[in-house]
Write a protein that binds this ligand. Sequence first.
Ligand SMILES: [Zn+2]
Length: 239
Amino acid sequence: MKTVQAPCSSCIRKTKHDVLFETSQQRGEETRDSYALISCGGCSTVSMGHQRLWVDDGSIDQAYYPSPVSRKMPSWTFWLTLGLMKNKEEGALGALLMEIFQAVDGGQYRLAAMGIRALLEQVMIFKIGDLPTFDKKLDEFQKQGYISLIQRDSMRATLDVGDAAMHRGFRPTEQELSIALDVVEGVLLRKLSPNYRLGLIWWLVADEQNKGDGRHVKYFEGNRSAHWRSLDMNLFDGL
Ligand SMILES: [Zn+2]
């Protein structure tokens, strides 16, 4: 079977893919389109590759569906969607988060950014009630202890990305979108479902002499600990 290197949206990297089916079409003089149904050799995820050849200059546009994003939808999104975590409002938030990931998968970054903005606003309204502006909502959200000052800044920046997409047609980069999704996932995980607790699992292993594991503590030197603590006081003190 013919194989090609292609990005896999489940493995989140380029892998060898089997080509299950391919076809091409020439509809006009200018372009020739080739389509390939491909299956990841690592995880069997099926996707479609589309190549457009511009006859004039021989240049090629290439796209994949789902698009090769650098992150997966978190598995707890399904719980949210089903409303299993707590209640109906959370179910609606989960459904919106799922649509955001579908937009990311489809390369629709502007729509994803707008969705993220809407989702963050809904979470805030859900928690603190409706207030006239984003800044007032953010202030209150922070005041009631749902986010730290630094989280407030990153939420503000994330809302700005959504705003720019909505009002100025701004298209966020994959990295900007990825940061926005980090913020959303963090806020959702920590602030919804008070009956669930976020945990960290440590695995205690027998002492070893040679590998030197545990020597990587640079991130903690000087006044770095104050920085980490400012990100999330409760989590830091808990640890
Ligand atoms: Zn894969």
